[in-house]
Write a protein that binds this ligand. Structure first.
Ligand SMILES: [Ca+2]
Ligand SMILES: [Ca+2]
Ligand SMILES: [Ca+2]
Length: 507
């Protein structure tokens, strides 16, 4: 088992940009511009792409290198970097880590930018934000005159001990008055490691609310979707006070291969999901590990598919996730940023998957469809899977091939034509493979619930998938193997090495 290791996704080298003519060689990195981060001082640093190129705008395809160092307090802001889809502007670290202490990093009024924290091969995370009191990392369009928030690719960033939303993409302040907002499009965030500090005994020092909070300021005011083509993947969020990952008002959305550990520490009402899909969101949520959380593993009040044909849309699919709820009594930690008495919600909401709404993705007033399959859900204190029975909220659903372990209640509704091929069992009586999931720092261990050679009842017992999604299991292994699909997130492969699946970029 690995911890979050920051596996690289290398982008082709920037050699083709040599035509810019002012390439700066830094430690082998082909930089078109070099930014020095001054250490100390409370003043925010603004790196302005409109003038960085000798008083002129940085050109598409440029590689802006930020030299490693400590930047203490305030804000490190990159603004006015405008690339093109074919030639994004790369902002990356060189010669060490860019460490922003008691501050935050923002990428404002920029378009088609890759913010790449893998610039130093010695480091997993080239950018580190420590102990900020505002959003630790954000991307925003600050005015209607600025370029729309589009084409932002950010990766290999560590955020440690912050008090609010860790990674936030917010839209278009100043656009609220317009009837048709420019959409936020093409956001790709991966290999973020977001966690709080702990002392030697493992007690939390400080905390943060949400690992990712992707939303639009138009949320609730204007027709959805406000964001399109959003992907959040291969991130690790440990110890969030509120939801681990939230996306609202996003379509063509994918949340996959994330590890959410011990979310919902503050037990806030409506802020207690591992992965929260807010109104207007139509997402595929798959191959995530949601371990030790105190609320629903996946809570869905977003959109579903446009029709009963699951192949018609990418929306409203939840599959291949491993969800293991926290055991024992609920524990509420105080929200460090909340004045007055903490709002403690003690109702037990340890569902595995809770689908409250599935609006149609094209018409928010019309119920849509949702599909829940091939998840392994353990230790839920209430239903492992609850699907709203209100036909005005959900037009239809299918829940099948789910493995429900030690569930107090398996599914609600219990009987429905769309509910089939789910297996409920007690872990103590079932021969799972001896396999442990261990993630985070400090590491947290959970049973892997992988199928072994004796796991009859689950092996080859699933319904045949009528569409091509979920053709990989949580280990990255192909499915089906053998004569049929296995039930749960794992497909049993004999005599093959188990991978943790987390490194598997390609689907
Ligand atoms: Ca939330
Ligand atoms: Ca099989
Ligand atoms: Ca497997």
């Amino acid at each position: 088992m690995s911890r979050h290791k920051g596996v690289r996704q290398r982008i082709p080298p920037a050699a083709l940009y040599a035509w810019l003519g002012f390439s700066t060689q830094v430690a082998g990195a082909d930089c078109t511009h070099l930014v020095e981060v001054p250490s100390g001082g409370p003043a925010p640093i603004r790196v302005d792409g409109a003038t960085l190129n000798g008083g002129m705008p940085v050109l598409p395809g440029a590689r802006v290198c930020v030299r490693g160092g400590i930047y203490d307090r305030g804000k490190l802001e990159f603004i006015n970097f405008v690339g093109t889809p074919a030639q994004p502007i790369v902002i990356t670290n060189v010669e060490g880590q860019v460490r922003v202490e008691h501050g935050r990093i923002y990428l404002d009024d920029s378009q088609h930018v890759e913010f790449a924290g893998d610039g130093d091969p010695q480091l997993s995370y080239g950018f580190l934000v420590v102990g900020s009191t505002e959003q630790a990392f954000g991307a925003s369009q600050r005015s209607a005159d600025a370029p729309a928030l589009r084409g932002i690719h950010a990766h290999h960033v560590e955020i440690h001990y912050q008090d609010r939303f860790a990674v936030q993409a917010v839209g278009v302040r100043g656009f609220e008055a317009l009837a048709v907002p420019a959409a936020i499009e093409d956001l790709d965030f991966h290999h973020f490691y977001i966690h709080r500090a702990v002392d030697a005994e493992g007690n939390p020092l400080g905390g943060f609310r949400e690992g990712f909070y992707f939303n639009s300021s138009d949320y609730g005011e204007l027709p959805v979707p406000a964001m399109r083509r959003v992907r959040i993947h291969h991130n690790l969020v440990q110890g969030s006070g509120w939801d681990g990952i939230q996306i609202s008002a996003a379509s063509e959305c994918e949340v996959d291969h994330n590890v959410v550990l011990e979310d919902s520490r503050y037990l806030r009402q409506f802020q207690n999901a591992g992965i929260m899909l807010g109104k207007g969101s139509a997402c595929q949520v798959h191959h995530n590990r949601i371990l030790g959380g105190q609320g629903p593993g996946i809570y869905h009040q977003g959109n579903g598919g446009r029709s009963a044909d699951p192949g018609a849309s990418s929306a409203g699919h939840f599959y291949g996730n491993l969800i293991i709820s926290a055991q024992g009594a609920l524990l509420a930690e105080p929200d460090p940023r909340e004045s007055g008495d903490p709002q403690i919600e003690t109702a037990d909401r340890r569902f595995g998957v809770f689908v409250a709404n599935a609006r149609d993705e094209l018409d928010d007033n019309r119920a849509g469809y949702v599909f829940v399959y091939h998840n392994t859900i353990a230790r839920s204190a209430v239903e492992a899977i609850r699907l709203s029975a209100d036909p005005t909220r959900i037009a239809g659903f299918e829940a099948f091939n789910n493995l429900l372990i030690d569930a107090v209640v398996g599914l609600t509704p219990a009987v429905h034509p769309g509910i089939h091929h789910n297996l409920e069992l007690e872990s103590a009586l079932f021969p799972f493979l001896d396999w442990v999931e261990a993630w985070g720092d400090p590491a947290r261990s959970f049973p892997g619930f992988r199928l072994g050679p004796d796991s009859a009842g689950a092996i080859d017992a699933g319904a045949t998938l009528p569409w091509s999604l979920a053709n990989r299991d949580i280990d990255g292994q192909g499915r089906p193997f053998g004569v049929a699909y296995d039930i749960g997130a794992d497909e049993y492969w004999p005599d093959s090495l188990l991978a943790d699946g987390f490194e598997t970029i390609a689907q």
